[in-house]
Design a protein. Structure first.
Length: 350
């Protein structure tokens, strides 16, 4: 177990920077998640930590050691990849023993370490099976056991759950997280699945185009997104484009005048969370921002309903309402009033 530090890591492939000046400090025992769209550099960053890719610049420290130029097998990192990559002709136990044999662990120690690792993932009764005789979730746990068997200083997980169906994914998520906590394992997991990232992480790192956009807790990212990209990628936002008019107001492209916490005169965008917008009954008092609109589209999601409401020729917002039996749902074409408080709009200069 150890602290993991990446300092100014860059990886170039020709003109492309797959990782661009990435600095991270993962504290001992922390579960850090790298989140971002396809191609943003998550796997590259993880493989640099594992030692499979040499960075063009920057350094990696694990505990007290600079491991930047160390080969993978000397790093003591446990790895689980997207495809479980078990050896099909080897039994579960042989698969788990593989990393220990590669590391020239004495024979007498291998068996107890394999048993211990399989016990951790609750598969010690299936050691003699072949991978194809296991379910997807069990195979995933063998891959995890294999990573844990070497008693790693850091656990690196690259989309470890993407081959599992939605229900199983939720179960294995919880299993991995509880095990990681119990072992106090410093862990970096890569995913492009927002929900997975939010449910598992102590802290999240949002990446795009090789760069870190923001590092923080779930609340940091949701309540205080650093930029428009994060506001869009974590949770949902409707964006209203426009400009600050120099008098403490925001004027949208469709000429809505919006009260917001911004000053100055500049092009800007306001991000609105759908669940923080409300439908106001006709006679109720106005909020900081109250606009008449027309419902153009409805998405029925069961417990919630998304209303796409046109506020002006250039602006349409999503209002998420709770589906309550006592409240009749609007229908397409209904005239409504949409309201939100001043602090709801997150302002970004553009
Ligand atoms: N060996 C390589 N040679 C050239 N370009 C590469 C190489 N490996 C990765 N890239 C490029 O680097 C960028 C980052 O790739 P990376 O695999 O880190 O993305 P990712 O965030 O893991 O994406 P995904 O979610 O699709 O797995 C991509 O644009 C990719 O095409
Ligand atoms: Mg990847």
């Amino acid at each position: 177990m150890a602290r993991l530090q990446l300092s100014n890591i860059t990886k170039r492939y020709g003109d492309l920077k797959a990782a661009d000046d990435v600095s991270l400090d993962v504290v001992d025992g922390e579960f850090l998640v790298l989140l971002g769209p396809s191609g943003c550099g998550k796997t590259t960053t993880l493989r640099i930590v594992a030692g499979f890719i040499e960075p063009t610049a920057g350094s990696v420290r694990l505990g007290e050691r600079d491991i930047t130029t160390l080969p993978p097998w000397k790093r003591n990192a446990g790895l689980v990849f997207q495809s479980y990559a078990l050896f099909p002709h080897m039994t579960v136990s042989e698969n788990v023993a593989f990393g220990l044999e590669m590391r020239k662990t004495p024979k007498a120690e291998i068996v107890p370490q394999v048993i211990e690792a399989l016990r951790l993932v609750r598969l010690d009764h299936l050691g003699d099976r072949l991978p194809r005789q296991l379910s997807g979730g069990q195979q995933q746990r063998v891959a995890l056991a294999r990573a844990l068997a070497i008693r790693p200083d850091v656990l690196l997980l690259d989309e470890p759950l993407s081959n599992l169906d939605a229900k199983l994914r939720q179960d294995v998520r919880v299993e991995i997280r509880e095990l990681q906590r119990k072992l106090g394992l410093t862990t970096v997991m890569v995913t492009h699945d927002q929900e997975e990232a939010l449910t598992m992480a102590d802290r999240l790192v949002v990446m795009s185009e090789g760069r870190i956009r923001q590092i923080g807790t779930q609340q940091d990212l949701y309540e205080r997104p650093a930029d428009r990209f994060v506001a869009d990628f974590v949770g949902r936002s409707t964006f209203v484009e426009g400009r600050l008019d120099g008098e403490g107001r925001f004027v949208s492209a469709g000429e809505l005048v919006v009260a917001c916490d911004g000053s100055g005169r500049a092009p800007a965008t306001i991000a609105l969370r759908p669940e923080r917008l409300v439908l106001l009954p006709p006679a109720s008092p106005a909020m900081d921002n109250t606009f008449p609109g027309v419902v153009e589209f409805i998405s029925y999601l069961g417990s919630q309903v998304d209303l796409h409401v046109r506020l002006s020729p250039k602006e349409r917002v999503i209002v998420q309402i709770q589906n309550r039996p006592e409240q009749p749902l609007p229908v397409i074409g209904d005239a409504v009033r949409v309201g939100w408080s001043r602090s709801t709009g997150r302002l970004f200069l553009t």
